[in-house]
Write a new protein. Structure first.
Length: 475
């Protein structure tokens, strides 16, 4: 058994152990929790110092479990574990004197786009509309900081073909664990900590007509639904790729589980992840047969949801179907809110300042217009906080990355590598489009997954060269 497989399994055990320890802590048996957590924490830190890439692995895992852990231990800022692990990657690199760090690798359009966006967000500190530096500090992490840390670190220390495979395995593994936790909630109900979180206010959006929207151990049902949809898109595309039969079957089973999890979340916006994700795959594959068959399947699904009432007695299908209802009440509320934002931002080209809307706005600037008006969209959030200037810069950056990704994937000849990159690209496109309806793009773990996906797509040429060289060595 290879070291990487051992480490991956160890990470899985560690993560589940931390969740178990958190539950134990919630039951007031602190001593037992510490006995479990402290030795595991020591092991994790040791592994992280072995190589900076291990820090990226832990950051990805923390992205999955950090928010869920806060439901059991309220006083620990688990969200900062991601910041800690990314910064620890830099420290780990300093300790590895033999590690060759070629900073020239960072001279790429992807890094420059991320740096420009981070620079703009930094200037938002001086926005006269901003209410506090503390709000900016907390909010900028998801908006730009994780991006500018994750992308260069992945390029420098996790830019090999084996790293790409490990990233996909970890992403799908913890998406699967999240799905299992979601099934636990659906079939056996919520535990005491989850019920407490629900009753503190989350019930307003997670209990609809007496039905629970499954949220697993992620931040909310929106993240669980979108994350499951992303994992479903990636798994489906891998399942039809040039891989061993056993792998194709495993990916297909995972895809079914993930899409079912998406439905259990009751997140209508998540439906656009597979719709646009698969459309992106059809285009980037440049296979006429795939485009025709895929188009027919997507068209049939659209007709089924939009123009029929078949299976309307199923709660999940009925809620998915409402995503195509132009007269939906919540959709009309969003439209009205966007009109209010347009009027407010007409004289504020740089927005109201990062951290002034959404949950951070409620926390740091309660009672203000941006805090009181729900944005319900990643792009509306960016628009509200950084203005039309920031929104334009952000959208152009995403479109540029999208266009360059297509060109890079088209040049790849290695069949398995190309399929993996197409899967990641399609997932990215699906999330980017679905983020119009939900603020999911910069949330954890979604942000880290997308940023690492960007890197592997942009490293396509180097990855293919590495794989070709290895295959020639074995001939």
């Amino acid at each position: 058994m290879s070291i990487s497989i051992v480490i991956q399994r160890l990470f899985a055990v560690l993560s589940l152990s931390v969740l178990f320890a958190a539950i134990v802590y919630n039951l007031q048996t602190v001593g037992i929790a510490l006995l479990i957590v402290l030795p595991l924490l020591a092991i994790v830190l040791y592994i992280m110092f072995q190589h900076p890439k291990r820090c990226l692995d832990v950051a990805l895992i923390c992205g999955f479990i950090a928010i869920g852990a806060t439901r059991y231990i309220n006083d620990v800022p688990f969200g900062l574990t991601i910041d800690f692990t990314l910064l620890l990657a830099m420290v780990s690199a300093l300790f590895h004197t033999r590690l060759k760090t070629d900073l020239k690798k960072l001279n790429t359009p992807l890094v420059w786009l991320c740096a420009i966006w981070m620079l703009y967000c930094t200037f938002e500190i001086f926005n006269p509309e901003a209410r506090s530096f503390e709000a900016w500090f907390y909010a900028v992490r998801g908006v730009a900081l994780y991006m500018i840390l994750t992308v260069p670190l992945t390029i420098l220390f996790a830019g090999k073909a084996a790293d790409l495979d490990r990233f996909i395995k970890l992403f799908l593994l913890f998406s699967f664990v999240a799905a299992l936790w979601g099934y636990k909630q659906f079939f056996f109900g919520l535990d005491a900590a989850e019920n407490k979180w629900l009753m503190e206010g989350a019930y307003k959006t997670h209990l609809l007509f007496g039905r629970l929207r499954i949220f697993s151990f992620l931040s909310d049902a929106g993240q669980f639904g979108a994350g499951s949809a992303l994992a479903g898109v990636v798994s489906t595309i891998l399942a039809v790729g040039p891989f061993a039969r056993k792998l194709k079957i495993a990916f297909a089973i995972l895809a079914v589980i993930f899409f079912h999890g998406m439905m259990l979340s009751g997140t209508r916006g998540a439906l656009f992840v597979p719709i646009t994700g698969f459309m992106a795959y059809f285009i980037v594959s440049k296979n006429i047969k795939t485009i025709l068959i895929g188009g027919m399947i997507l068209g049939s699904a659209f007709v089924f949801l939009k123009y029929t009432t078949i299976a309307n007695n199923n709660d999940q299908i009925r809620r998915m179907r409402s995503a195509f209802n132009g007269e939906d009440a919540s959709l009309n509320v969003r439209k009205e809110n966007q009109k209010k934002f347009a009027a407010y931002l007409a004289t504020r080209p740089f927005g109201g300042g990062i951290g002034t809307s959404g949950t951070w706005g409620i926390r740091f600037s309660p009672g203000t217009f941006l805090a009181q008006t729900a944005n319900d969209s990643w792009y509306v959030k960016i628009w509200a906080e950084t203005g039309v200037v920031g929104l334009t810069l952000h959208v152009l950056s995403i479109l540029t990355i999208c266009a360059m990704s297509v060109l890079k994937i088209w040049k790849v000849q290695h069949p398995q590598l190309k399929q993996k990159l197409m899967a990641l690209f399609s997932g990215f496109v699906g999330v980017a489009v679905a983020s119009y309806g939900n603020p999911i793009f910069g949330q954890i773990p979604m942000g880290i997954i997308i940023y690492m996906s960007w890197v592997y797509i942009f490293l396509a040429k180097d990855l293919e060269k590495e794989l070709v060289t290895k295959s020639q060595q074995y001939e």
